[in-house]
Design a protein around this ligand. Structure first.
Ligand code: UFG
Length: 342
């Protein structure tokens, strides 16, 4: 019997890539999204890539408890991967209640319904943001979390705790995995799905590709006076397809009863620090384009350096990032060109 995975926020950047990998691994997937921060492009792209014209789509809001109940009643859901959340750090500082209300309520509803139906496997999309500015890099899963520097980051920390406590109280009925993403970038090699930021991108790679295509005039590199080899920040950029595959490993681990604890945590990163300047240079070189950029003041809230120690995910889940930064930046550029109809 095929197992069914519900992907909340399944039409977004990460959700759409995860849906593809789950289908290719033999899972039935139900995509649920309220399209608050994406359009149908990626959902349509997923159908094309997988040949699944009948891919179930539920347009709904996870803050609506009755809708979540109806969803679980309609499908035989074996696991939930919960992405549905707001994710703009700056906006969360300006509108904290919007973030707490949406990101917490939607997850509480998923857990309440999972509990009501007698249990479920729950995978939560967490973030390296929970480590704050780490004292030691790379970070392992045991590196202490730091107080969040934004309401967005705080919702990740809080949802981690909510899942852990719910698992603990569930008598083994609810199982949980927390995946802490580092910096997901790139696009599917088909160039049919990718990142679709609304308005001015907050994140580095969409800003790079939009500058290269001519949608933005100039990339600002925020800070070149950090205590790093070239003065720009260090991050762990992880290919979106590699990241998506980590979810398949995690879901399978839950389904096959291979977990060692009721709630487990894994870093999803490459273990490779790359500076902003290195990334920009790599983009120019691999794609043969010149990027207009300038150095600008530091951005508030940025940490100097963070990258993953991915050993636990490598050894315990059997997952490993395989793509080079160059391959990933090629895919990101192919996607931007696809969007521009080039
Ligand atoms: N950067 C620039 N110019 C830009 C955009 C980004 O120089 O136009 C730099 C940033 O200063 C940073 C690096 O590129 O050094 C990466 O920035 P991103 O915004 O792409 O990613 P972050 O590391 O800031 O964000 C990640 C996750 C968020 C999470 C955040 C916590 O994407 O989900 O870490 O700090 F909340």
């Amino acid at each position: 019997m095929k197992k069914t995975v519900l992907v909340s926020g399944g039409a977004g950047f990460i959700g759409s890539h995860v849906t593809v990998e789950l289908i290719e691994a033999g899972y039935d997937v139900v995509v649920a999204d309220n399209f608050s921060n994406c359009d149908r492009t990626c959902y349509e792209g997923v159908k094309k890539i997988t040949g699944r014209e009948d891919l179930p789509l539920e347009v709904m809001d996870f803050c609506d408890l009755a809708a979540v109940k109806a969803l679980f009643a309609k499908y035989p859901i074996d696991a939930v991967i919960h992405f549905a959340a707001y994710k703009a750090v700056g906006e969360s500082v300006a509108e904290p209640l919007k973030y707490y209300k949406n990101n917490l309520t939607s997850f509480l509803n998923v857990l309440e319904v999972a509990q009501e139906k007698g249990g479920c496997n729950v995978l939560f999309s967490s973030s390296a943001t929970v480590y704050g500015e780490p004292d030691v890099v790379p970070v392992t899963e045991n590196t202490p979390r730091k107080p969040a520097t934004s309401p967005y980051g705080n919702t990740k920390t809080m949802c981690e705790d909510i899942l852990r406590d719910t698992v603990k109280a569930s008598d083994g009925k609810i199982k949980g995995i927390l995946l802490r993403y580092f910096n997901p970038i790139g696009a599917h090699p088909s160039a049919l799905i990718g990142e679709l930021p609304r308005g001015v991108p907050n994140n580095l790679v969409p800003f790079i590709t939009q500058t290269a295509i001519g949608k933005r005039e100039c990339l600002s590199i925020f800070g070149n006076d950090y205590p790093t080899p070239d003065g720009t920040c260090l991050r762990d950029y992880i290919d979106i397809v590699d990241l998506a595959k980590a979810h398949v490993f995690a879901v399978t681990r839950m389904m096959e009863g291979k977990m060692k604890q009721g709630c487990e945590t894994f870093n999803v990163g490459t273990g490779r620090p790359v500076s902003v300047l290195e990334l920009v240079n790599a983009f120019e070189k691999v794609n043969g384009v010149k990027l207009n950029y300038k150095f600008a003041p530091r951005r508030a809230g940025d940490v100097t350096a963070i990258w993953a120690d991915p050993t636990l995910a490598n050894t315990e889940m059997g997952w490993k990032a395989t793509r080079t930064v160059e391959e990933t930046l090629k895919a990101a550029w192919a996607w931007e060109k696809h969007l521009a109809g080039k």
